[in-house]
Ligand binder design. Structure first.
Ligand SMILES: [Zn+2]
Length: 169
């Protein structure tokens, strides 16, 4: 089984910590319900720093390719993850709510056992909030429509082609 990756968030910031790695999608259990299959992995980087207001913050980058189900044809939909987010580490609930209200910068509660995998899972799920479906023309449902209508055309064109060839003779 996987080893959970836990940091003391404020310590991580004070030490200007930086960590990166790969997580197989198999290990991101909370994502599984949303996935078409569990192939692939995501890469991440997490960095601790003080923002311009001297607030302890985490910068998180997540990249990878996951397979969702298209909500129209239910077939595999390749989704590219390319997330970057900054999270302020709030010292308490009051500060947490303040940050959220102020400038829309995400805040989380500082913790001495912050589960980074959990955080990454959450960020990916939040990033998927919009409905997932193939673009027009790439959906299987759509393609089926196209093929059947073009088949109709070729079938209806066929008798005329015979007629015109008969006329020539
Ligand atoms: Zn589709």
């Amino acid at each position: 089984m996987s080893v959970r990756f836990v940091i003391d968030s404020l310590d991580f910031v004070r030490n200007a910590g930086i960590q990166h790695g790969r997580i197989p999608l198999l290990e991101l259990a909370r994502l599984h319900d949303l996935l078409f299959d569990k192939e692939g992995e995501v890469t991440y980087q997490i960095r601790g720093y003080f923002d311009k207001n001297n607030k302890p913050s985490l910068h998180l980058e997540i990249k990878g390719e996951i397979h969702l189900s298209c909500q129209r044809c239910l077939d595999k939909l390749i989704h590219v993850i390319d997330l970057q987010n900054d999270l302020i580490l709030a010292q308490n609930e009051v500060e947490l709510n303040q940050n959220d209200a102020e400038d829309g910068i995400d805040a989380i509660l500082a913790s001495n056992d912050l589960d980074v995998m959990n955080l990454i899972e959450e960020e990916i799920i939040l990033g998927l909030a919009i409905s997932s479906r193939h673009p027009e023309g790439e959906c299987i449902v759509h393609q089926k429509d196209l093929t059947s209508s073009s088949m109709d055309e070729s079938q209806s064109a066929h008798p005329f082609a015979i007629l015109s060839s008969l006329k020539k003779h």
